[in-house]
Design a protein around this ligand. Structure first.
Ligand code: AMP
Ligand code: MG
Length: 433
């Protein structure tokens, strides 16, 4: 799917998404294709945030700054993979069963035994994790041997090398175990601990300052007078930014006053790597954000995006911070964060791969729509088709303010900008929520 051709803004009105004026083309106003807007946002992120060193136990969820290499082979010594008996394979001559003399016992944590104390025909009791004494090359499982005092009888011949984990089989000394830009999750924490790294170089947390704008907004818990609503977007962001690699700075709810907005923007851009506002980026009388942003020294690089929801969405830079001006409609704000903001933040955080996992699904019913904007439509999963591909049903076509509909959805169906009609069975990208 491509968004290469500049789309013409066919939607009039201030917010575009559900406006009844949608039918009236806004002459000459161009929308920036979604992919260009995303590229613009990513292009503003010049480099990842600096690194810092943290103790291993505090590195979970952070982004590795530089590869983690093992200083020693993994594992560092040959050791038993099973409880059993260590022996020389060459001692099992002729037809079985074979008899060997047990001369001692070695357990995990014991010092490796020296190599000259094991005459031919002898064996050692060995437990999982114990270093395999030098002359031995095979460990026979205890289930495959019978012990009587110090006599061991082996009925079934093992293969040479059985049940020994060899030095370096999981990585030679110096080998890269975890790549630069990996988020430290369960596997990486295990690997870093296994190679003995106590201090981990990670990217410092990305500082993201955010506020919502709108004189109609009240905090949940306050009383709302007629015409007022609760501020949903600040909680969208509070939840979205609650990640171990982000330090979020909540600057509250700001009324539609140029002075208050200027203050919030300037403060945010001083304190953060990324500034996010919601509301006020459209073209209504009370949509002050773009003007205020520019007057405060900000540079806006994208303003009207060929996406649905979220057409009024600003991307820019102020001082050393990148800026994302999300629309006020709650679903549009959510989608703008998810599809553009989150990728910018991940790039800043030093992720090697900023893209979320891709999923695909089949449309359960055909759709007809007006082309021009890449659409992220709430959709519900209906099981799978004969090939095992998930089937999705699109939910309401007008949804930029319908947070209830978003909660009922399993994900967002991605409809390419140019698509007008799509048959049932068409495979589309599906963003799981
Ligand atoms: P705006 O983008 O400021 O023109 O707002 C578009 C619509 O979203 C209006 O109906 C606003 O009342 C609503 N809205 C703006 N901000 C929020 C918010 N933080 N939470 C819930 N709704 C909002
Ligand atoms: Mg507003």
């Amino acid at each position: 799917m491509t968004d290469s051709a500049p789309a013409i803004d066919q939607a009039g009105g201030t917010n575009g998404d559900e406006d009844p004026c949608n039918a009236i083309p806004a002459v000459g106003s161009r929308l920036m294709p979604f992919d260009d807007a995303l590229a613009t946002g990513l292009g503003l992120v010049s480099r990842p945030v600096p690194m810092e060193t943290v103790p291993l136990g505090r590195s979970i969820g952070r982004i590795l700054a530089g590869p983690a290499c093992t200083p020693v082979p993994m594992p560092a010594f040959d050791h038993a993979a099973m409880d059993g008996y260590a022996l020389r394979h060459a001692d099992l001559v002729g037809p079985g069963p074979w008899r060997l003399a047990v001369t001692g016992r070695i357990a995990a944590g014991d010092k490796p035994a020296s190599s000259n104390v094991f005459p031919p025909g002898t064996t050692m009791r060995i437990l999982t994790g114990a270093p395999v004494p030098g002359p031995f090359d095979t460990v026979v499982m205890q289930e495959h041997a019978t012990r009587n005092g110090n006599d061991l009888t082996i009925a079934r011949k093992p293969t040479k090398g059985d049940n020994i984990r060899l030095t370096g089989e999981d990585g030679a000394a110096g080998a890269r175990i975890v790549a630069d830009g990996t988020q430290i999750g369960i596997r990486e924490a295990a690997a870093l601990a296994a190679i003995g790294q106590a201090a981990i170089d990670v990217r410092r947390r990305v500082r993201i300052a955010f506020f919502s704008s709108g004189s109609e907004l009240r905090e949940p818990g306050e009383t709302v007078a007629p015409g007022q609503i609760f501020d949903a977007n600040r909680y969208t962001l509070l939840a979205a930014l609650d990640l171990p690699w982000i330090e979020s700075i909540d600057l509250g709810t700001v009324p539609d006053s140029p002075q208050a907005l200027t203050h919030a923007l300037v403060e945010a851009s001083r304190r953060a790597d990324m500034v996010i506002s919601t509301g006020g980026v459209s073209v209504g009388d009370e949509d002050h954000m773009p003007k205020v942003f520019r007057e405060a020294g900000g540079d806006i690089r994208a303003m009207k995006i060929a996406m649905k929801p979220g057409k009024p969405l600003a991307i820019g830079r102020m001082n050393n911070a990148v800026y994302l001006g999300l629309p006020g409609n709650p679903v549009a704000a959510f989608v703008g964060w998810l599809t553009i903001g989150a990728l910018m933040a991940r790039l800043m955080a030093g992720f090697a791969d900023i893209n979320p996992p891709r999923h695909y699904a089949c449309l359960a019913t055909p759709i007809t729509r007006r082309p021009g904007r890449k659409e992220f439509r709430p959709a519900r999963m209906l099981g799978r088709d004969g090939q095992g591909t998930p089937l999705v049903e699109l939910l309401g076509a007008s949804f930029s303010a319908r947070i209830g509909l978003l909660c009922a959805a399993d994900g967002l169906a991605v409809i390419p900008a140019e698509s007008e009609t799509m048959e049932a069975g068409t495979v589309i990208e599906f963003i799981r929520l």
